[in-house]
Ligand binder design. Sequence first.
Ligand SMILES: *Cc1c(COP(=O)(O)O)cnc(C)c1O
Length: 391
Amino acid sequence: MEISKIISKDILNRLLNIYTSDYGEIIALHEPTFSNLEKEYVISCIETGMVSSIGKYVDEFEDIIASYTGAKYAVATVNGTTALHLALVVSNLPKGSEVIVPSLSFIASANAVIHANLVPHFVNSEPVSLGIDTDRLIEYLDRVATFQDGVLFNKISGRLISAILPTHCFGHPCLMNGILDIANNFNLTVIEDAAEALGSFFQGKHCGTLGNIGILSFNGNKVLTTGGGGILLTNDKDVFKDAKHLSTTAKKSTQFSFEHDQIGYNYRMPNLNAALGIAQYHSLEKNLKKKRKLAARLHNSFHDFAFGKIFTQMSGVNSNYWLNALVLETEFGAYRDIILKDLNSQNLMARPCWAPLHNLPMYTENPKDDLSTTEVLASNIINLPSSPALA
Ligand SMILES: *Cc1c(COP(=O)(O)O)cnc(C)c1O
C-alpha cells in the first residue's frame, strides 16, 4: 500500500473510535449547538421589536463577557474583524507604520491592519504554542530595526514599527510573556487577536486581556456564536470610550438630535445577535469541558501514531482547544493533501491550516522575516473536527 494510504487509514481508524456521531453523516469541522434558551431569547427580541442596534441584550452581553474574561471594559461589534479594526484605530498608531503579525493566522489579522492604514509585517510562529516565535523575533528585530527615542524603526523599509498583533492560533494561548517583554522593550502596542480563544487562559489570565486591547469573535464556527459578532476587550477607560463612540457612528449622546463629532463606524452588535450570545453563554462551560475532553481523547488515541502528533497545549496555559490540530512529521507533510482528500471522502471534515499570509497575492510585497519555518509548519497541519457535540 502507498504510504499516504497507510497514513490515511491509520488516522481514520483512530478518529472513528473517538467521534461518536453516526458514521455516514458529515462530521463538521466546528458547528454550534443550540437549546430552547436560544429560541426563547431570540423570540423575545422579535416580540418586543428590539432586533437592531438598541436593546438591553447588547449591554448585558458586554457585561457577561467582560466579567467572564476579567476585562474591565467590552465593546460588542458586528464581527471579530471590525473589533480588530476598531482596536487598531483607537490605538492611534502613527499612520503608515508597521504592525507585527504572525504569517500563520487568519486573513482578518492582516486585513484589519490594512483597513486601519497600517502595514502588516509578517513574522514566524513556532510549534510549541503555534504563535509568534518570540526568541526568533528578538534576533530578527536586532538585525532589521533600531530603537531610538522610544520608537522602533525598520531600517529596511524606512517605516516605524508601532504595534504587535499576536494570534492565539486555534484557541491555543501564545507566548504572551515573551510578547509583552518585546512590547515593553520596544514601546509597541499589543493588540491580541483572541478571536478563537474564548475560554483560553494564559497563566490564569484570559486571552485578549494581557495586552493593551484584545478581540474575540462570535462567528458561527467559534466556541460561542452570536451568528456574527465580535467584541473588543480592554482595561483602559479611554480606549473603551473611544471604541464605543466610534463603533456607534460617533453619535453624541444628546437625547433628540443626530449629531456626530467624528467619522465613526456602524459596528455595534445588534440586539438580536446579543440575545443569541447570552443564551449561548449558558452552555459555555459545558461546551469547554466537552472540547477539552475531546482533545484529551485525541491525544490519547494518537499517542503511538508514527507519522505525527496531536497538538497539545504548553504548560502554564489552559486552552479551549477550539480546533484540534494533527501536526504531521515534516517528512510526511508532502502527503497532507492526499490525506485530506481521503478523510473528506469518508465524511470527516478535516481541513488544512491557513495558507501563510505572506504567500497570498495581496501580501507578497509586505515586509517579512524569512518565513520558511512557518511554511513548513503550516503545510504539516491538519485541523480535525472539534465540535463539542463530538465528545
Ligand atoms: C474568526 C477570526 C477572526 C475574525 O472574526 P470574524 O468574526 O469572522 O470577523 C479574526 N482572527 C482570527 C484568528 C479568527 O479565527
